[in-house]
Ligand binder design. Structure first.
Ligand SMILES: O=C(O)C1=C[C@@H](OP(=O)(O)O)[C@@H](O)[C@H](O)C1
Ligand SMILES: C=C(OP(=O)(O)O)C(=O)O
Length: 447
């Protein structure tokens, strides 16, 4: 399935300061998991605040194909009647995940440990992404990889064992997707499965396992790591899910509010889970005028209003151990760095090479096309800030089917001398369908 589409260029222009208050849509990671846990539970899971982006809709379609009954009751409001662990149906057709790494990898874990045969496919971007990292632990658990493309890429077909084997697994890279795939697969295995992560990554799967009644323990391991032990074959019970606002989406108006002089905006109830808030930490280190207000709890996650005002940022070094807590935010951080005083060095970004695009290369090329001095040294990205002098802008910026590259450079164009044009805005709908309307509602000029 190639999902070729005619690209739709989009332009952003500088204008007046950004003002107003907005709430960005629901978190993408939690929304995928809401559908997956709904599928694996007994009873009806009610979800509010679900992100209705294309990636999550692919996961909803896969949940249906595997036997769930999925109802859409209104904006963000969904109900999922599950089949229970062990109860997955044999899907009639291939599972097409479009652009979504999270949906496809987590569902490989779910399907790969059940006695069914499933074929996974996706768009031209997903077909380039490495899946060996998921297939390796699944093979240890007894999954047969019936067919795959070179290097373990989709389209690929998995056949699950009659009964999966519990394992002890240390993912070779810091990845919540690998961890989650193993934990979801382990639900169908008897006994205990252990995942040991050297660097803690987003913990939504662990929290939701506990919320749905699984026996799971999480303990610190080493300087930055965690040891997660899950007891297999639980009966997961449906439980309500409230999806908080996505900090990875909030990153775009947040950075726009900083780089457009005179801006003053309030982002309502953004999730502040510490394993997701590396960008906030970094921007505050850079001197950003951001205040964290009205802290609260929403559906088991901490949230807060973020008030942001236009600021002259200064360059910093971002340490590699911070990468898991802001992995999707580096493209937009690089845009912020282009306006800072001095140099920003972002260290340890090797994982950016295997996202929807090679984000290291895409950010470097885009910044250069817009007149910014930057370079890559090993796995580090270095950006020289303009120090308050105008940044030129330009384009067209090549987005390579990557929503975050498109949104990052459109944010940049709100503050550059000349407009910024991105070559294709269609992929924005995978994670943030209301992006343009929301930014323009604050006074942005994107179209
Ligand atoms: O588990 C998740 O929901 C995600 C994990 C991260 O990927 P990796 O696990 O590949 O780092 C992140 O980039 C992705 O957007 C969402
Ligand atoms: C990397 C991302 O998503 P995924 O891996 O789910 O495609 C992202 O949203 O930036």
């Amino acid at each position: 399935m190639s999902h070729d589409h005619d690209p739709v260029p989009v332009t952003a222009r500088a204008g007046s300061p950004l003002k107003g208050r907005v709430r960005v849509p629901g978190d993408k990671s939690i929304s995928h998991r809401a559908m997956i846990f709904g599928l694996l539970a007994i009873g009806e899971t009610k979800v509010s605040g679900l992100l209705e982006g294309e990636d999550v809709m692919r996961t909803a379609a896969a949940a249906r194909a595997l036997g769930a009954v999925v109802h859409h009751d209104g904006p963000g409001a969904w109900r999922v009647q599950g089949v229970g662990v062990g109860g997955l149906h044999q899907p009639a057709d291939i599972l097409d995940f479009g652009n979504a790494g999270t949906g496809s990898r987590l569902m490989m874990g779910v399907c790969g440990s059940h006695p069914i045969t499933t074929t996974f496919d996706g768009d031209a971007s997903l077909r380039k992404r490495p899946m060996r990292r998921i297939l390796d632990p699944l093979e240890q658990m007894g999954t047969v990889v019936v067919s795959q493309q070179e290097g373990g890429r989709v389209p690929l077909t998995l056949r699950g064992p009659k009964e999966a084997i519990p394992i002890v697994y240390a993912p070779p890279v810091a990845s919540a997707q690998i961890k989650s795939a193993v934990l979801l697969a382990a639900l169908a295995a008897p006994g205990e499965t252990t995942v040991i992560e050297a660097e803690a990554t987003r913990d939504h799967t662990e929290k939701m396992l506990a919320h749905f009644g699984a026996e799971i323990t999480v303990t610190p391991d080493g300087a930055h790591g965690r040891r997660i032990v899950l007891k297999g074959q639980p009966e997961l019970q449906a439980a309500p899910i409230v999806v908080p606002a996505d900090p990875s989406s909030a990153a775009f108006p947040l950075v726009a509010g900083l780089i457009v002089p005179g801006s003053d905006i309030l982002l309502e109830s953004v999730m502040t889970n510490p394993l997701r808030s590396g960008l906030l930490t970094t921007l505050i280190e850079m001197g950003a005028d951001i205040t964290v207000e009205r802290e609260a709890n929403e559906g088991g996650e901490t949230v807060a209003d973020l008030r942001v005002r236009g600021s002259q940022l200064k360059g910093v070094t971002v340490p590699p151990e911070r990468a898991p807590s802001m992995i999707d935010e580096y493209p937009v951080l690089a845009v912020a760095a282009a306006f800072a005083t001095g140099t920003t060095r972002m260290r340890g970004l090797q994982e950016l090479r295997v996202k929807e695009s090679d984000r290291l290369a895409a950010v470097e090329a885009g910044l250069k096309a817009a007149g910014v001095t930057c370079w890559i040294e090993g796995d580090d990205l270095i950006v020289e800030g303009s120090g308050g002098a105008p940044v030129r802008g330009g384009g067209p910026i090549a987005t390579h089917l990557d929503h975050r590259i498109a949104m990052s450079f459109l944010v940049m164009g709100l503050a550059t001398q000349n407009p910024v044009v991105v070559d294709d805005g269609l992929m924005i709908a995978t994670s943030f369908p209301s992006f343009t309307a929301l930014m323009n509602g604050l006074g942005g000029r994107i179209g």
